[in-house]
Design a protein around this ligand. Structure first.
Ligand SMILES: *Cc1c(COP(=O)(O)O)cnc(C)c1O
Length: 407
């Protein structure tokens, strides 16, 4: 069993209830992606059951087909796609899913294929040019759901999405008016930035929505509050997601819209951060710097380029009793950019040959990988362990001492 999994260097995914410690015992030479389907299911069910509207998954956070199937099986029926490749991927993987093309700048050919070949009816836009493009590409279709993207602040978020997209207050009246004329259902959407650390991000954005509706005096059928729902990382402990949902619901209820208007959201990170982690090997230690076998060109782009801190754990039997100290990481490629400053807290005696689990890489980790410089691997294993952090533990689960899920 051991040999079958690690020695060949092939992509294999076991289905049994393996633990992270058991995988480390096999001493894999390449980094191994550790998948936790149970964690993705739990996150999806949470949104499906508790968000006071429709939750659609933002595919860019992690486009793996396995994850798409898990989310579908857990009740997620709508998918936010941003490119024609994402449209094709979801259409192929989940033929029954409803796709919403939520990138405000699309190629005309992409809109045409999405509409005519894949049945996409929902599109976002933030300019009159894009609206005309959508009308041309769909042959002036009369069955479109058109969502006007407003520019809102990213002040409460760890990753800004405020500069690139969204109509300014001076532009929204004309856009909402024209979209209303062209659309079957017309909506407003925004994105508060990724990893929004307070529900106030949404209530403030909803004030922008209110002002735009009042100013244009149009009937709005859909309000889409976008993504931005947070996960837990070292130094980032957001309030419970229920408080976000309550804030959004209250703001939505007080908007000047019809009773039949729909509330949508587009979580990416929150649905998949807990789904995957990566088991890496330490190849060298130089003082408080560890040279590991995954990095900036692998699953650790955000750790290198925006200083994101991920939870880390030394996977060693018996456990080290040395006290934790702060380390930084170098990835495997040959350039200085492949550096993750951390700090990552690990036992002071960690060294070459040790295995370290880096957690919460299911969102914007696995999705960012490249094979640059000949590094990177497709080794994958399904594990039964709980995720290293969670937004979704119930009080009862928090009371259970074991770290292993009963599948
Ligand atoms: C990236 C993105 C999302 C997902 O954002 P998260 O912060 O991961 O929840 C949702 N909608 C749009 C339009 C996006 O660009």
């Amino acid at each position: 069993m051991h040999k079958h999994h690690s020695a060949l260097g092939l992509a294999t995914a076991s289905t049994g209830n393996v633990t992270v410690a058991e995988i480390a015992e096999r001493r894999p030479v390449q980094p191994v992606t550790l998948l936790r389907p149970h964690a993705a299911r739990r996150a999806a069910r949470f949104f499906v059951e508790k968000f006071p509207g429709r939750s659609m998954y933002a595919v860019k956070a992690n486009p793996s087909a396995d994850l798409l199937e898990i989310l579908w099986d857990s009740g997620v029926t709508h998918y936010d796609v941003a490119s024609i490749a994402e449209v094709r991927l979801v259409a192929r993987t989940l033929p029954q899913a409803t796709l919403c093309f939520m990138h405000p700048v699309k190629a005309e050919e992409a809109i045409e294929e999405a509409y005519f070949t894949h049945g996409v009816r929902t599109f976002s836009l933030d300019t009159m040019d894009e609206l005309r493009k959508i009308q041309r590409a769909t042959g002036d279709a009369s069955d479109l759901n058109l969502l006007v993207r407003l520019r809102v602040s990213s002040d409460h978020s760890k990753l800004s999405l405020a500069s690139k997209f969204g109509a300014e207050p001076g532009e929204t009246r004309e856009l909402l008016f024209a979209a209303r004329q062209a659309a079957d259902a017309m909506g407003i959407c925004f994105h508060v930035g990724s990893q929004a650390m307070t529900p106030a991000a949404y209530s403030e954005a909803m004030e922008r929505v209110r002002a735009a509706i009042v100013d244009a005096a149009v009937t709005v059928d859909i309000v889409d509050v976008g993504g931005g729902f947070p996960s837990v990382y070292p130094g980032m402990e957001p309030p419970p997601l229920e408080t976000y949902f309550e804030t959004i619901h209250k703001a939505f209820e007080s908007l000047p819209i019809s009773y039949s208007a729909e509330l949508w959201c587009e979580p990416g990170r929150a649905l998949c951060a807990e789904y995957a982690s990566v088991l890496v090997r330490v190849e060298k230690r130089r003082g408080d710097e560890l040279y590991i076998n995954d990095g900036a060109y692998g699953a650790l782009f955000d750790a290198a380029h925006v200083g994101w801190r991920f939870p880390v754990k030394l996977v060693r039997e018996p456990a080290s009793d040395a006290k934790d100290i702060a380390f930084s990481f170098y990835g495997p490629t040959c350039d200085d950019l492949d550096h993750m400053a951390g700090p990552f807290l690990l036992p002071a005696d960690v060294g070459p040959g040790d295995y370290v689990e880096i957690g919460m890489l299911g969102a914007y980790g696995c999705a960012m990988r490249t094979g640059f410089n000949g590094f990177g691997s497709d080794l994958r294993e399904i594990v039964g362990d709980q995720p290293m952090e969670t937004m979704y533990a119930t009080a009862a689960e928090r009371a259970v001492p074991s770290n292993v899920v009963t599948l």
